[in-house]
Write a protein that binds this ligand. Sequence first.
Ligand SMILES: Nc1ncnc2c1ncn2[C@@H]1O[C@H](COP(=O)(O)OP(=O)(O)OP(=O)(O)O)[C@@H](O)[C@H]1O
Ligand SMILES: [Mg+2]
Length: 191
Amino acid sequence: MPAPRWSYESNVCRRDVKERHSLGPILNPNVIDLISHNVAQTRRFGYRLGLLLQPGDIICLEGDLGTGKTCFVQGIGQALGVQGAITSPTFTLIGEYREVHQTMPLFHIDVYRLEDAAEIEGLGLWEYLYGDGVCAIEWADHIRHHLPEGVMWVSLRHYVEGGNRRGLIMEGRGERYESLLHEFKRSAFGV
Ligand SMILES: Nc1ncnc2c1ncn2[C@@H]1O[C@H](COP(=O)(O)OP(=O)(O)OP(=O)(O)O)[C@@H](O)[C@H]1O
Ligand SMILES: [Mg+2]
């Protein structure tokens, strides 16, 4: 009997190779996936990022209640030289930290309690986003359509409910934030 021109096995093999090639790379250079084991470590991640920030930078934070968004912002604030305590802004939604000894102002925005579109307009968000300082926005996913495309997006999650471990994914979106993430990886991990 003449040999088949291609066998079932070689077909499988060829398909397998094709599928393997259609998969993306395992490591996305614009994303970093971290685990924080305690509050201090989450603050340190924020601090490391804070040291690299420039006026006009926007850091968006997304994650359930108590995942550590404010802790991360406290680290950023420490790097910028904020001396007072950074707590979640309650009634104003925006905490403005602007002291002479700081390297630049910090605008800490928490939109958790934002009710509707009219309230977003009333915030004067653009003045902060394009202002002379760094914007750190908690619950940024609530206003994602009001934000520019270029941002550092930080997602936090609980590993186990009630435990201290948190997963952090940092994604640099746009040229400035891709290179910022690159610098962050180099300064924090030497990679
Ligand atoms: N690895 C960790 N990183 C950050 N916070 C942690 C960690 N482990 C435990 N915690 C605790 O989790 C809480 C995080 O509080 P934080 O106010 O930063 O959260 P949040 O995400 O800003 O919450 P909210 O949505 O209410 O603003 C703190 O009480 C902190 O002590
Ligand atoms: Mg908070």
